[in-house]
Ligand binder design. Structure first.
Ligand code: 6PG
Length: 247
């Protein structure tokens, strides 16, 4: 299904979704490496992409890991070994299983720092890694994003100040203990990406996806994601797509 510049792809089996995403990853990474010698990808945390990361970890030989740089689109403000750490999840499901050089992995530094300090340090890593000039925006080749039932993406929550941030590349998101404060890429960085892929599964996400894809609520953070330059794809399972007008 096409709508505007975006595409909605619906799959019956989780493996089909992962295979589809891996084909896109492979195509985009080869093009990026041919063009500039490196592939910059931003990955999300949460539960939904875990299957994909396991499948990617089987692609040891084929996906040019030595030229791949992996960043996190957001992180919980917890130590790296905390069960809710996105870095820990990615390390256990992917980084420890593929030949990616350690210096090509860019975790959000949550240890020995304040929330604001972590955001500033990560911004510096982006500026250095992308060789940014003053006010420049990093251009990811591919971002893999999730969507929460409230319409948040990365750690850009409805009504949060970080959602309005147009000055910084990375924003601190103070939250209560239970939810863990967060550090997140800001909307200008997300919307500057070459290709964006939303990976969303499960019936719980159907109502918010209808609001986002059928354009019923443009104020939701995920509705504000517009890939100005390349492709914006929604990779969904049947359950998540059940309320979409075209389904
Ligand atoms: C995080 C994510 C967040 C996630 C959504 C969906 O750190 O939690 O980056 O944006 O993608 O919350 O999470 P689920 O996949 O667990 O539903």
């Amino acid at each position: 299904m096409k709508f505007g510049r975006s595409k909605v792809c619906v799959f019956d089996h989780p493996n089909e979704i992962s295979d589809f995403v891996i084909r896109i990853w492979d195509r985009i990474s080869q093009k990026a490496v041919r063009g500039k010698g490196r592939f910059f990808v931003g990955l999300s945390g949460g539960r939904t992409p875990v299957d994909l990361y396991h499948r990617l970890s089987d692609m040891k030989e084929t996906l040019g890991w030595e030229k791949t740089h992996v960043f996190l689109v957001d992180e919980r403000f917890v130590p790296f070994d905390h069960p809710d750490s996105n870095y820990r999840m990615l390390k256990e499901t992917l980084f420890d299983h593929v030949p990616i050089p350690r210096e090509n992995i860019h975790p959000i530094p949550t240890e020995g720092s304040t929330l604001e300090g972590s955001a500033t340090a990560y911004e510096k890593d982006l500026e250095k890694s992308f060789g940014l000039s003053e006010k420049g925006l990093p251009q990811f080749d591919l971002l893999i994003l999730g969507i929460g039932e409230d319409g948040h993406t990365a750690s850009l929550f409805p009504g949060s100040p970080a959602l309005k941030d147009r000055m910084n590349l990375v924003a601190p998101v103070p939250l209560n203990e239970a939810k863990h404060s967060r550090i997140t890429l800001t909307l200008p960085v997300i919307n500057h990406a070459r290709h964006i892929l939303f990976l969303v599964t499960g019936k719980d996400k159907a109502p918010v996806l209808q609001k986002i894809i059928d354009g019923k609520d443009g104020c939701l953070p995920a509705s504000m994601v517009h890939c100005k330059r390349g492709s914006l794809i929604f990779a969904l399972d049947r359950e998540a797509s059940i309320l979409l007008s075209g389904s």
